[in-house]
Design a binder for this molecule. Sequence first.
Ligand code: G3P
Ligand code: CA
Length: 245
Amino acid sequence: MDRTIIYAHRGASGYSPENTISSFHKGIELGANGIELDVHLSKDGEIIVCHDGKVNRTTNGRGYIRELNLKQLKKLDAGSWFSKKYKGEKLPTLKEVFEVFNKEKMLINIEIKNIPFIYPDIEKKVIELVESFNAVNRVTISSFNHYSLLEIKKINPKIKTGALYMAGLIRPWKYAQDIGVDAINTYMYNIIAMPSLVKQSIDNGIEVNAFTVNELIHIKKILETNLTGIITDFPDRVVMVRGKM
Ligand code: G3P
Ligand code: CA
């Protein structure tokens, strides 16, 4: 297999405010091959990049994204909570991320946050956007809501999908084959506890990505398994072990 891909988790979120244009730029600057980001829908149906369903933790505002419209969301400061150096950073829309980063041919791992089914048609909206930027080959759509992934495959089977999971599933590659996803995106301790799951999955045609791998000791152990991708807040640390690519 080719060398392991590095995804900057919510951008290089160890160094800059997560899920902002600055954090995605930082990820690229530090040698990531791709970015990972999270999406929700605003009240007026825009795809908003943010981890939490509420804006409280990462902006100066309050409330659920789904109860605020784009104009209200764009007034928020998504940088100052991290450092005053980032004052004025905005919550990006997914469209804005593609406008800035699609030219750079970056891989983009879009995590759809849709538990419990609060965003009707989010899958369709995300796919339409990805297709409009001709980015199907560069995108993976992941989710803890595996029904969302079924929906993605139903709409466009060519889009790569990754089933996120935390708990120690038995033979996760079989589950992945069964539901028709391309990858398992697993909590890193599942790989540390059972490194052989990487080879078994890849031998069975299922890619493996691990999140969120930040400590050097874990980065080293996980890279030894030759997995598909590593999702990290500190892309430079992974580059240090893996090398540039
Ligand atoms: O993509 C893996 C990882 O981002 C999942 O967890 O909570 O950081 O979205 P979380
Ligand atoms: Ca995520």
